[in-house]
Design a protein around this ligand. Structure first.
Ligand code: GMT
Length: 377
């Protein structure tokens, strides 16, 4: 198959999923063209069947806001035409799905089927804003196949965008079990810990929805009871506020800000606990990555997180904002080595059997085949 994949290039789950999928499809023999405004962080172009097309929105003095979605649609048309693509796969509804549908219409009478994958915030935080809702809804409705990364997101999409009649298939995020196997012999996250310290990790793009302040507050309660260190991985709008909080509370020597760190298993392997107290989370790829590295998770019971973290088996789920409950859950794991060992083993097993890359990539291939068949009538 010749597939075009459009995604955001920056740190964030949707770009990571799109990139890992692109590389896996190319490794399996498909020709894949990735379209974005910059080279996605994890995209390695060493496979000769993998191509990158930078989308450039030309500036003009009249444009206060250059129409990026139109530039994306134009690039899609160009790539579809010149590389004879069989299919466009848009990751994130806004504007990727809308631009893909526009490209499909422009390419008539030889349209290319569009598959859209919804990642979460494209529906629940921004796609449902009145300024975007009609176009988000249209992009989804006009896609030939739509997937969502969790049942929770599928239901929220149907509900919030009034899409009761639209088929949305759940295809979850995935992990590559091999990455942990290769990293488990490295010092991993222990590089940042002193002898005898418990190591807690949080990875995100530091947006308000991630509630990073809750992470620091949970950690403070843990660190009051036992020697511990917190690794904060990623960067984003909340980082300065969190750093300020740590300075004011004298936590700077125990809280390490690593910034964006592309090789995620190197900060997960060997860690004792992963924290993800998000306000909402359609799936929680970072939680799955932690489980796959045998790191139990304490998270909020929000969105699709209960589909990823099995409460009482490989982690604990507590209500959003329940800092005390999360701290108690964290301590119950960190002070009980036998329970911790059981949770870690369950997480690794759960992640690799339910969410292994090979099976999920195959699910996407099946969705592609159905979309192509349906478009051919
Ligand atoms: O988490 C973010 O803010 C980034 C966002 C994205 O689209 O890049 O992540 C969303 O997509 C990921 C991949 O499907 C999911 O694992 C995340 O749960 C989801 N984030 C939210 O729903 C907040």
């Amino acid at each position: 198959m010749r597939i075009g994949i459009s995604c955001y290039p920056t740190y964030g789950g949707s770009g990571i999923v799109a990139t890992e999928l692109a590389m896996a499809l190319a490794a399996g023999g498909d020709e894949v063209h990735v379209l974005s405004y910059a080279l996605p962080t994890r995209l390695s172009l060493v496979n000769p069947r993998l191509f990158f097309h930078e989308v450039v929105a030309a500036h003009y003095p009249l444009f206060e806001y250059p129409p990026w979605s139109l530039a994306l649609a134009s690039t899609m048309v160009d790539v579809c035409h010149h590389h004879r693509l069989d299919l466009l796969h848009a990751h994130y509804a806004l504007p990727n799905a809308v631009s893909a549908v526009l490209a499909k219409k422009i390419l008539a009478p030889h349209p290319v089927p569009v598959v859209t994958t919804l990642h979460g915030t494209d529906v629940t935080l921004i796609g449902n804003d009145p300024s975007y809702l009609p176009t988000t809804r249209w992009g989804i409705l006009e896609s030939d196949a739509v997937t969502a990364v969790s049942a929770s997101l599928r239901d929220a999409t149907v509900d919030q965008l009034c899409l009761a009649g639209k088929a949305i298939e759940v295809v979850p995020n995935f992990i590559d079990p091999e990455r942990y196997e290769q990293a488990r012999h490295h010092p991993g996250a222990r590089r940042w810990a002193r002898e005898g310290e418990k190591l807690l990790v949080h990875i995100s793009n530091f947006r308000p929805v991630k509630r990073v302040l809750d992470v620091v507050k949970v950690f403070a309660q843990v660190a009051a009871r036992l020697p511990a260190r917190l690794l904060l991985v990623g960067d984003g709008p909340e980082r300065a506020r969190i750093e300020q909080h740590c300075r004011e509370h004298g936590d700077c020597d125990r809280v390490v800000f690593l910034g964006n760190f592309p090789v995620i298993e190197e900060v997960l392997v060997g860690a004792d606990l992963f924290l993800l107290p998000s306000e909402t989370e359609s799936f929680g790829l970072s939680a799955l990555e932690a489980l796959s590295c045998a790191v139990p998770v304490v998270a909020s019971r929000a969105g699709g997180l209960p589909e990823v973290v099995v409460d009482g088996e490989n982690g604990f789920l507590r209500p959003v904002g329940d800092v005390d409950g999360m701290a108690a859950a964290a301590l119950s794991l960190l002070t009980d080595p036998e329970r911790h060992r059981r949770f870690a083993a369950h997480g690794r097993q759960w992640a690799t059997t339910r969410f292994a890359k090979a099976a999920i990539v195959e699910r996407y291939r099946e969705v592609y085949a159905r979309a192509i068949a349906a478009a051919r009538g």
